[in-house]
Design a protein around this ligand. Structure first.
Ligand code: HEC
Length: 110
């Protein structure tokens, strides 16, 4: 008798907690639905990097270690990208323009 009372109390407490969690999530979803996901204008970034031969060499080394595997176009020898057939179709379709843009920006020294 005592055990089942204690059990009922535990079940009540757990039920109330679950209800509180569900209501909190629902309230949060309603607020987000009405007000939208908050956005913030990005702050202006002042980034000035002094270009030195050592830094250029280090960047070249880093990109050779980490980036060329995916971004190097073997035909042109540039970071223009290449097809990645193992990725889902939407990614493959979108890669070319973006990576070429990035590569053009890199070539232009920006
Ligand atoms: C595992 C493969 C992989 C590696 C490694 C990789 N990338 Fe990428 N990168 C991608 C893919 C895929 C995209 C997305 C292309 C798209 O959105 O169409 C991308 C996009 C980018 C973009 C955005 C281009 C744009 O215009 O939106 C930049 C910048 C970039 N990569 C830089 C780098 C750098 C720097 C490294 C090395 C530190 C690197 N990536 C390593 C696969 C890779």
């Amino acid at each position: 008798m005592l055990a089942s009372r204690a059990m009922r109390l535990v079940i009540k407490i757990v039920s109330v907690l679950v209800l509180v969690v569900i209501l909190s999530i629902t309230a949060a979803l309603i607020v987000i639905k009405r007000a939208g996901i908050p956005t913030y204008p990005p702050g202006k970034i002042e980034l000035k990097v002094e270009v030195t031969p050592e830094r250029v060499e280090r960047g070249k080394h880093t990109s050779e270690m980490l980036c060329v595997g995916c971004h190097l176009d073997n035909e042109t020898g540039t970071l223009a990208g290449k097809p990645m057939p193992d990725l889902p179709a939407p990614v493959i379709r979108s890669y070319a323009a973006r990576i070429r843009r990035m590569s053009a920006a890199l070539s232009a020294g920006r």
